[in-house]
Design a binder for this molecule. Structure first.
Ligand SMILES: NC(=O)c1ccc[n+]([C@@H]2O[C@H](COP(=O)([O-])OP(=O)(O)OC[C@H]3O[C@@H](n4cnc5c(N)ncnc54)[C@H](O)[C@@H]3O)[C@@H](O)[C@H]2O)c1
Length: 349
């Protein structure tokens, strides 16, 4: 297996929390040859902390100086996913990109064009697809344990949990909790359902609490930006998706609401349903008696396993579990949420 060379672009929270530590555990498979951040001190600090030989202040500088890089790992704020991905693809580099795909559907489509034209591999880092329970569910689902999956409910809601910083600035984030954490709930649940084709969405968003109560949110995003006080994104969203085949999903996302937090996916099948943590199959036995069977699944570091999966795909030519094709469907669904909420009616996806 070839040892791959990666350049990490964006040296903030998620790079430090998940990407650099994962690469430190994968030294026999991947070498971080360079990192970059538009705040040069952040790139320099990451290079010093993780023993990365070179650091730069832009993806362009990195690509020019490091022609041997195999792939770019995009960990920038969301509005920069598109320009960084497009620059990497144009240089012939594969791309691993943090969720959500982009700050807008238009940006997502431009990224897909660049990836297709370059013929490189793209994977969206949607870590919650890579949990052991989720992968075990897929195995059981594909054996027919759940019958036909026709409905799902999901939520990723916080009572007080805005990350602050650029996350609340629509120009940099594209949206609020819908794009930040709703994407995890909706992406994971849609994937578990078997990726049904979305038809329409009906949604409402609320802007009542967060922006008027800075103290009502807490901040873990970088506070080093002068525009960190801009707050023009939603607090929460309630959503109903229709899919082909008479299937549906209800979803909720929130950073700020007066209700305890939740993060769940509930999958409804014609033979059995499923809930997680712990993975539990809600079915019936041969006598029609109701059963709730818990399956022991060891936990895993899904950030590490996600990155290992991408590296495996590059080495073997396998299609990633979370390819551009899926990322675009999810981006269309997220875009539909905002369009529906603005129009106050159901819209086509
Ligand atoms: N998978 C997860 O669980 C998870 C968790 C947190 C964040 N994220 C995602 O990761 C991304 C980054 O979030 P974060 O919390 O690390 O934010 P952050 O603000 O801590 O870090 C982002 C960094 O990107 C840099 N940057 C911005 N534009 C750039 C550009 N064009 N070139 C180079 N560097 C640039 C910024 O200077 C900053 O240092 C976001 O898209 C976010 O949605 C994912």
């Amino acid at each position: 297996m070839k040892k791959l060379k990666v350049g990490v672009v964006g040296c903030g929270s998620i790079a430090g929390y998940a990407h650099f530590p994962s690469y430190a555990k994968m030294k026999d498979q991947v070498e971080v040859v360079a990192c970059a951040d538009i705040v040069p001190e952040k790139a320099k600090a990451a290079a010093e902390k993780y023993g990365i030989p070179h650091w730069y202040d832009s993806v362009e500088a990195l690509l020019a100086a490091e022609p041997d890089v195999d792939y770019i790992d995009v960990c920038t704020w969301t509005a920069a996913h598109a320009p960084v991905t497009i620059a990497a693809a144009k240089a012939g580099k594969h791309v691993l990109c943090e969720k959500p795909l982009a700050a807008s559907l238009e940006q997502g489509l431009a990224m897909a064009d660049a990836i297709r034209e370059a013929g490189v591999t793209f994977m969206l880092a949607v870590c919650t697809r890579y949990g052991n329970e989720q992968q075990k569910f897929i195995e059981l689902r594909d054996q027919g344990v759940f019958g036909e999956i026709y409905y799902a409910k999901t939520a990723y809601t916080r009572r007080r949990g805005s990350p602050g910083s650029w996350f609340t600035n629509k120009a940099l984030a594209g949206g609020g909790p819908v794009l930040d954490i709703g994407v995890h709930a909706i992406d994971r649940t849609w994937y578990l359902m078997g990726r049904p084709t979305p038809l329409t969405v009906s949604a409402e968003t609320s802007y009542r609490i967060g922006k008027n109560n800075a103290e009502a949110s807490f901040t873990w995003g970088g506070v080093d930006r002068p525009d960190a006080e801009i707050y023009d994104v939603e607090d929460s969203a309630s959503v109903f998706f229709r899919f082909e085949g008479g299937k549906a999903m209800i979803a909720e996302a929130s950073w700020t609401q007066n209700m305890p937090e939740e993060f769940y996916s509930k999958i409804f099948g014609s033979k059995a349903g499923c809930t997680f943590e712990p993975l539990t199959i809600h079915g019936t036995d041969e006598n029609g008696k109701l059963t709730d069977i818990k399956i022991e699944v060891p936990g895993n570091d899904f950030y590490l396993d996600e990155i290992k999966h991408f590296v495996d795909c590059l080495n073997t030519g396998k299609t990633p579990i979370s390819p551009m094709e899926d990322a675009l469907v999810i981006q269309r669904m997220l875009d539909g949420i905002y369009r529906s909420a603005e129009a106050h009616r159901e819209v086509e996806i």
